[in-house]
Design a binder for this molecule. Structure first.
Ligand code: HEM
Length: 309
């Protein structure tokens, strides 16, 4: 029960913090000038809702982690147990700071949504969202080394988390734009869609390269050998993650090299809509696979790493 609760809380928190970061980064690479007002308003609403989910899922992650440490959920009724986790564990100290940051982000995103001034390029939310996502590296498996090894592992994990957020979180507004974009509804001009798709691909190249590089470093510290990868439950589940990653990459490459050029070339003729809806399905497929990767990561983080099995 505690394990399942912890995995679900981790999954919800990874998804919410990755989405919060990726959605807040989106305008920086997607729009040459200002974001269309309707999309800006939709994105601000989404940021507030995602911030609220990030806060509550973070509190649930704390509850189930504290229950894992003390041995039962009932123990959490004892304030001394909760206080001991908060004060005497690195997890407790880091998590307290993260939850205060999450409350601040709810405040900032609510202000941005309800303020009358149009917020053209909000740079506070992306910074705070990056800190909330990246600070996950201050807990979990990146804490098993000491000295320089620990610095390298934590730094690579921060890069891994931010790249995961940029890609998976960026797919949400991209999917929304493609879902709303058709020949009739001109909320986004075709030329803007091309620019958004090109901007997203550019970000994608950097995110994928960072994920592979930092993933290999994580793997080096937590798996250690091909034998460990193949023979341990941790390694085998990580292979499952890599298969999902390869499928996401295949979809992304098909979009960039095949569907996007075809969609632009055939925009004026009847088949234009076909390629646009294909692209839309691919982007939704990439999103679903990405969330499955986060589910696997939510499980991996509760297991003993392969290198210590
Ligand atoms: C879509 C691609 C990917 C996404 C979204 C993703 C996401 C994540 C996330 C969110 C974490 C948890 C980090 C933490 O809480 O500290 C993680 C950990 C990890 N990732 Fe990835 N990752 C991706 C690709 C990769 C690749 C390509 C590799 C290997 C080459 C890799 C290897 C690892 C390892 C070894 C860990 C540590 C797991 C643990 O905590 O025990 N990842 N990944």
């Amino acid at each position: 029960m505690i394990d399942v609760g912890l995995i679900l809380a981790r999954f919800l928190h990874y998804t919410a913090t990755a989405t919060l970061a990726g959605v807040s980064f989106f305008p920086f690479y997607a729009y040459a000038d200002s974001e269309p007002e309707t999309l800006n308003f939709w994105r601000r609403k989404l940021l507030l809702w995602t911030a609220v989910v990030a806060l509550f899922s973070g509190l649930f992650w704390f509850v189930f982690s504290a229950a894992t440490m003390s041995g039962s959920l009932a123990d959490l009724a004892n304030p001394e147990v909760v206080w001991a986790v908060l004060r005497d564990t690195t997890f407790g100290v880091v998590w307290t700071a993260r939850m205060f940051l999450a409350v601040a982000i709810v405040g900032v995103t609510a202000m941005c949504l309800f303020s009358t001034a149009t917020v053209s390029r909000d740079s506070i939310t992306p910074l705070l969202a990056a800190a909330l996502l990246g600070s996950l590296a201050g807990t979990g498996h990146s804490q098993i080394e000491e000295g320089w090894a620990s610095v390298i592992h934590v730094a690579s994990d921060v890069a891994h988390l931010l790249a995961a957020g940029a890609w998976l979180g960026g797919l949400v507004p991209l999917g929304f734009i493609l879902l709303r974009y058709d020949m009739v509804n001109r909320e986004v001009r075709p030329i803007d869609v091309d620019r958004i798709l090109l901007g997203f691909s550019g970000m994608g190249y950097v995110a994928v390269a960072t994920l592979i590089g930092s993933g290999l470093i994580n793997g080096w510290f937590l798996v250690g050998s091909v034998a460990n990868l193949l023979r341990t439950p941790y390694g085998q589940i990580l292979i499952g993650k890599l298969v999902l990653f390869a499928a996401m990459l295949a979809l992304a490459i098909a979009n960039r090299l095949w569907l996007v050029p075809l969609m632009s070339r055939t925009r004026t003729d009847t088949s234009g809509g076909v390629w646009a809806s294909r692209l839309r399905n691919h982007v939704l497929g990439e999103q679903f696979l990405g969330w499955m990767v986060l589910l696997i990561v939510s499980i991996l983080g509760t297991m003993r790493p392969a290198i210590v099995q």
